[in-house]
Design a binder for this molecule. Structure first.
Ligand code: FAD
Length: 380
């Protein structure tokens, strides 16, 4: 008899998990509190670990059709000097695409795989004995229940899992620019100047994903209404980019970090940002979410009981998430709070992160995907 899963949250985590469970023969229902499936944000990078999983699960063709495969990651100083270049191939491959295109593709895949997706359906709590309770009080029993309700997860807290969510003093403005005039090559280009970081990547044949990152206490960058003069002073060569940015309202957020004492209780698991929200500096939040969803499907499908499978799942994949989260925070600190008197040492730190194998391989361990875990994953 097929086993049944109830999932709270129709984001990247909930929808990718739903597709893979349904493909493995589970009956699955996803509850999304919003009236439609939507992503807040502009573009997103997908790394090798996510691509591998999405490809195996038959979700990748739809996504690839909307994405640009990037060739190199280039970091530049304010004067245009190249501080480092990394080819984006093998386990370093990287795609950029509009967020809404990604979530729509995941939704279509979940529906095609047979998952039921209920919109306007808010989950009030998750019972580790194996049930979701909806806002209206209806209880839905399941063999597996998953809280994929994002970084501010209420369901995680309701499960009695101790957690902290920290707001870091780094702000990001994200844009989707309706042109490729400032991203003519298929490269992700990051520009560093003082405590500012600006990046661009082509996102489709006619779009550029761009963002500005700065410390929240920086008066010039944090000024409202937005004032591009501190940016043009910091990056005199990027005037046209700032002109284009000035024509749009960005999506603005602070970096957040979530820590949970455990990722499971009884038959309930927490997935995605609810488990390991992290700064997006390594472009791995969604990658780890999708990869951990794949690992969850592998363990619950093979194990005799869900209760036994969940600790094994966490033990296998959590070390990668914890390591990646630590490095994502370090990368943030290198730009935001590197001490001014020793700023001349920063290019050396950047070079080490990109070029010293012991550092680079640790920082980018999640890019390697499930091969970097101890899990024996049988094909879907
Ligand atoms: C600025 C920024 C840039 C990023 N860039 C990248 C990147 O380039 N690459 C990358 O891999 N990652 C990136 N990330 C991280 C990535 O966006 C997240 O890791 C990913 O979206 C997490 O997905 P999720 O499904 O866990 O959570 P979410 O996307 O937050 O989805 C949670 C869903 O649950 C729903 N929900 C919440 N509560 C309930 C409830 N009680 N009942 C029912 N539904 C509920 C919400 O409406 C939402 O739809 C970035 C993050 C940020 C903040």
């Amino acid at each position: 008899m097929s086993r049944h899963a109830e999932i709270a949250g129709g984001g990247i985590g909930g929808l990718s998990l739903a597709t893979m469970l349904a493909t493995s023969g589970w009956s699955v229902r996803v509850h999304e509190r919003a009236p439609e499936i939507r992503e807040a944000g502009t573009g997103i990078f997908l790394k090798n670990n996510a691509i591998e999983v999405l490809d195996e699960a038959g979700m990748f063709a739809r996504i690839d059709a909307e994405a640009v495969g990037l060739r190199r990651s280039i970091t530049m100083a304010r004067d245009g000097r190249v501080l480092g270049t990394r080819p984006l191939n093998g386990s370093g491959r990287l795609l950029a695409l509009p967020r809404q295109a990604l979530i729509q593709s995941l939704y279509d895949s979940a529906v095609a795989a047979g998952a039921e997706i209920v919109l306007d359906s808010t989950v009030r709590s998750v019972d580790p004995a194996g049930a979701l309770v909806l806002a209206g009080g209806r209880r839905l029993d399941a063999d597996l229940v998953v809280a994929a309700d994002g970084v501010h997860s209420r369901l995680r807290d309701g499960l009695g899992i101790a957690s902290t969510v920290r707001r870091l003093p780094t702000v990001i403005h994200r844009y989707m620019l309706p042109t490729r005039e400032i991203s003519t090559s298929p490269d992700m280009i990051e520009h560093w100047s003082g405590r500012y970081r600006v990046a661009t990547a082509p996102c489709r044949e006619d779009l550029t994903y761009a963002f500005q990152v700065f410390p929240e206490n920086d008066r010039g960058a944090a000024a409202a209404p937005r004032d591009m003069s501190s940016w043009t002073a910091a990056f005199p060569r990027l005037g046209r980019l700032f002109e284009l940015m000035g024509e749009q309202e960005p999506i603005t957020s602070n970096y957040l970090v979530a820590h949970a004492s455990s990722w499971h209780r009884g038959r309930a698991a927490i997935l995605g940002d609810a488990a390991h929200g992290m700064p997006p500096t390594l472009g791995q939040g969604a990658g780890l979410t999708v990869m951990n969803a794949r690992a969850l499907v592998a363990v619950v499908t093979q194990a005799a009981s869900v209760e036994d499978a969940l600790p094994a799942w966490e033990a296998a994949v959590r070390p990668l998430a914890d390591t990646t989260q630590r490095w994502a925070r370090r990368y943030d600190r290198v730009t935001r709070s590197w001490p001014r008197p020793v700023r001349f040492l920063r290019p050396g730190a950047l070079w080490a992160m990109r070029s010293v194998p012991q550092i680079r391989d640790r920082m980018l361990i999640a890019d390697r995907g499930l091969a970097a875990t101890t899990l024996d994953v049988t094909p879907l």
